[in-house]
Design a protein around this ligand. Structure first.
Ligand code: ATP
Length: 375
């Protein structure tokens, strides 16, 4: 029962800025949930309200089925990992991870010394920790594969290693919920990719309910079980990565999640299998239909194919076009093609030996009706 529910959350700063406008979220136990959206959309505010660092203007937050609106942050049993790592520079790796457990031991043991001697006592205890703390810290460091660096100072670690210490420090407290706010943003691209896998592996091993804030769609889509796309303080769509990609609810989500070719279209015929759509300069059959006549038509770049104009093709959707540019993207080739009044991006897997279409070449573009999405 370690799920998180956010019910009709509103947060206004200074009675002026509406940072959150009726936010509803239902995160299941063990789920990896990403809050995704552009800068200022309210991701961090949502997370800070869940953690207890911000007081909502109205609405309810439940953790483990209990309302926590009036529970202070340190009693909500949430582990936090920040973009900035926030490690203690004067403690080594082991001490950073042992810190929270040591403090908890003091309080559970009815610690009642003067503040002046607290720091001395804490340092002594961190330097000579009891066995149960050593065991827990070692286990947490093993999870993040840093056991061999336990004695090292945090300033002697790479960014990725520092972030793994921060993760171990959060996990060692065995929180109900792990909250991560842009934890990978300070890392270079290669390290970010490695850390995505590390975090996902650990999250699945531990089975901890996790909320992950990011503005990077690739990060959210590759890590999360479910993603909430936010804009202007509201959740626009909350779905699995596959649903978001294949059935975005509006052009904003379509554009934010993956690259897209978007057109204005009008249904000119409804068929038993979908519809026929007039787009400026060409007509397409879609496997879908809508009640409204006018809508946005979305085709993902990998949903189209492109051939030299003399190639014999039998297909329900063939559009004539001209290659404007071709770009090698490693395993794929991207073609920018002029069709009708539009330019479309098409990504094709590069097959060695295949002739690459050149700029200026006349081509035929095909698209399966199931790839012509109406939003
Ligand atoms: P980013 O990705 O840039 O961190 P975000 O999606 O996390 O953005 P928030 O930090 O939650 O966005 O901010 C949401 C809105 O609330 C923004 O308009 C922001 O300017 C405003 N805001 C955030 N904190 C405060 C504050 N303490 N006082 C006033 N306005 C604030």
């Amino acid at each position: 029962m370690s799920g998180v529910v956010v019910n009709n959350l509103i947060k206004k700063y200074n009675n002026d800025v509406t940072a959150l406008n009726h936010v509803n979220i239902d995160i299941k136990e063990g789920e990896f949930f990403a809050l995704l959206g552009p800068s200022g959309c309210g991701k961090t505010t949502t997370m800070r309200c869940i953690a207890g660092f911000e007081t909502p203007t109205s609405g309810e937050i439940f953790i483990n089925g209990q309302v926590v609106n009036h529970v202070p942050a340190n009693k909500r049993n949430c582990g936090m990992v920040f973009q900035s790592y926030a490690l203690f520079p004067h403690y080594n790796v082991f001490e950073n991870v042992a810190y929270g457990l040591t403090i908890r031991d003091f309080y559970q043991g009815g610690f009642g010394t003067k503040v002046s001697s607290f720091a001395r006592l804490l340092s002594r205890r961190l330097a000579k920790p009891p066995k149960h703390i050593v065991n827990k810290v070692s286990e947490a460091l093993d999870y993040v594969e840093l056991g061999h660096l336990a004695e090292r100072g945090t300033s002697e670690l790479s960014g990725g290693q520092q972030q793994r210490v921060a993760l171990a420090r959060a996990l060692v407290m065995e929180p109900s919920v792990l909250l991560m706010d842009e934890p990978l943003s300070n890392l270079d691209k290669k390290l970010r990719n490695t850390m995505r896998t590390t975090i996902r592996r650990i999250q699945q091993d531990v089975g901890i309910t996790t909320i992950f804030v990011t503005h990077d769609q690739e990060e959210a889509m590759s890590m999360a079980d479910r993603v909430a796309v936010m804009k202007d303080g509201e959740i626009i769509q909350n779905a699995t990565p596959t649903e978001l990609y294949s059935h975005p609810v509006n052009p904003f989500v379509a554009d934010f999640v993956g690259s897209s070719n978007l057109f204005q279209g009008t249904i000119v015929e409804r068929t038993t299998t979908g519809s026929v759509i007039q787009i400026d300069g060409f007509v397409l059959r879609s496997g879908f239909s809508k009640e409204a006549n006018d809508m946005n038509v979305l085709i993902r770049p990998e949903g189209m194919n492109v051939y030299h104009k003399d190639t014999e093709i039998n297909h329900v959707n063939i559009i004539e076009g001209k290659v404007l540019m071709h770009t090698y993207l490693g395993p794929n080739i991207r073609y920018d093609v002029k069709v009708g009044a539009h330019e479309v991006g098409i990504e094709k897997i590069y097959v060695p030996g295949e002739r690459v279409l050149t700029n200026g070449e006349d081509v035929k573009v095909t698209v399966d009706p199931e790839r012509v999405l109406l939003i």
